[in-house]
Write a protein that binds this ligand. Structure first.
Ligand code: IMP
Length: 436
């Protein structure tokens, strides 16, 4: 079994924790899109690891692969690898020779483009993600393999001259010394990584032939997907399950299973539509209790009720046979919970996500109220976790099962805290992940 784990909302669903939990059953963990805009957190007892570019499996000492669909900031990669090794983590690393490189030019362009957009800005993480993916598609990009030639090759020259033009003529800025020395600085960094570079597709296909099990770790979430998300308030990559194939070079026929991750409520960081957003005490309570602040940027996340219309859309889009539902502890102790089951637009109800942004201005969510579940004494869930899924409070199981049934999927995992041990798998999912 090879499994893809993807976010079903606007990112920050807790994929890092779940990939960490699941990676014990896999040999290799692969990132296939995005870059250091991601912030995947793993908590094990007293230790916390925050990863931006390395696949989360590194924490468990798995072989980790950065696929061709990822955009790599060499500085972040070198730093993260060094820190993790210093903290005693021994893992094998493979980097695709075809992955694209984020340079200081693209980081500057990300900042300048956002400034230019004024109040229409996307609210990017300013990590150079958008400009790097646009250069990739404009065939101006620089790839990992480009550093293993003797001089600045044609691709670097092309990217640099176009970037300088854009800086000067569109933004009235001169390149900084950091930009001018980027090629030589990055060449040194990349030379230090040469032993890890490979053809990702060949490597993974050989591993599959040898019977190895692969876990694909998605970043961001389906509602931030460049094609299927709330465009233009999205990231610049495809973050749905099918991107695991293009972003790693492993064909869909070899990746069968998909686990989608959602919170029990909804959050969003950055600008863009959010139909169930709560700008009241409950929204503020969720933000505080759920520690809803961006891992990469520290920005507060907007919070709201669970949106089943959006969730059904992303479950179907990803083909998620199971869902993992996180932060069930955060939503506990609230007597009545609203879940959005339709959108009303211009007097009629719709059950899917509008494509056009204008529709969101005219949309109001239609809610169904469900009963909330109690918080255990002292907020300690450990006994309940030991007792397993069947012994969770009835209201919580009903909430999860009604959500799953509305979306046409099944509950696979419930997360009741940030630690890897605060996790319950349903019997059916555990059996599937261990034995298929
Ligand atoms: P970019 O990916 O930095 O270009 O940002 C585009 C949009 O995606 C912004 O709204 C970001 O806040 C959002 N975004 C990017 N990465 C993440 C993530 O890992 N979690 C949540 N939001 C993200």
């Amino acid at each position: 079994m090879n499994l893809v784990v993807v976010g079903l909302q606007w990112g920050d669903e807790g994929k890092g924790k779940l990939v960490d939990v699941l990676s014990q059953y896999f040999d290799i963990v692969v990132r296939f899109q995005g870059g250091s805009n991601a912030g995947h957190t793993v908590k094990t007892g007293d230790e916390t690891f925050k990863l931006r570019i390395l696949p989360t499996g590194a924490v468990r000492g798995k072989t980790v692969v950065i696929g061709n669909g990822v955009v790599i900031d060499p500085k972040v990669l070198a730093e993260e690898t060094h820190i993790l090794r210093q903290r005693g983590k021994d893992f094998e690393l493979r980097i695709s020779d075809r992955a694209h490189i984020i340079t200081p030019y693209q980081i500057a362009l990300d900042r300048l483009r956002e400034k230019q957009k004024g109040n229409q800005k996307v609210g990017t993480t300013k990590r150079g993600i958008g400009p790097t993916y646009s250069d990739k598609h404009a065939r101006l990009g620089v790839r990992v393999c480009d550093f293993y030639q003797n001089t600045r090759n044609r691709q670097w020259e092309l990217m640099e001259s176009k970037s300088i033009d854009r800086l000067k003529y569109l933004h009235n800025e001169e390149p900084t010394p950091e930009m001018m020395s980027a090629f030589s600085d990055y060449k040194v960094l990349m030379e230090g990584m040469s032993e890890y570079v490979c053809s990702c597709s060949e490597y993974l296909l050989d591993a599959i032939e040898d019977g190895k099990r692969i876990l694909f770790e998605g970043a961001q979430g389906a509602l931030l997907d460049i094609d299927h998300g709330t465009y233009p308030f999205v990231t610049s990559s495809n973050c749905i399950s099918s991107a695991a194939a293009t972003g790693s070079g492993v064909p869909p026929s070899k990746i069968r299973d998909v686990l989608g991750v959602t919170k029990t409520y909804t959050t969003r960081v950055g600008t863009g539509p959010f139909p169930t957003e709560l700008q009241d005490d409950i929204g503020r309570k969720l933000q505080k209790r759920g520690n809803e602040y961006g891992t990469v940027t520290g920005r507060p996340r907007r919070c709201g009720w669970l949106d089943l219309v959006a969730l059904r859309y992303t479950v179907r889009l990803n083909g998620a046979q199971y869902i993992a539902v996180t932060k069930a502890d955060v939503l506990s102790g609230i007597e009545e919970l609203d879940v959005c089951v339709a959108y009303e637009i211009d007097g009629s109800e719709t059950y899917t996500l509008p494509s056009c942004n204008d529709s969101y201005d005219r949309l109001s969510p239609v809610y169904k109220t469900l009963r909330g579940w109690p918080e255990p004494k002292g907020g300690d869930w450990s006994e309940m976790i030991d007792d397993g899924y069947e012994n969770l409070p009835g209201e919580l199981r009903q909430y999860l099962e009604q959500a799953a049934s509305y979306c046409g999927t099944e509950v696979g995992i419930v997360s009741l805290g940030p630690d890897r041990d605060d996790t319950i798998m349903t019997t059916a999912f555990e059996k599937a992940v261990k034995h298929v």
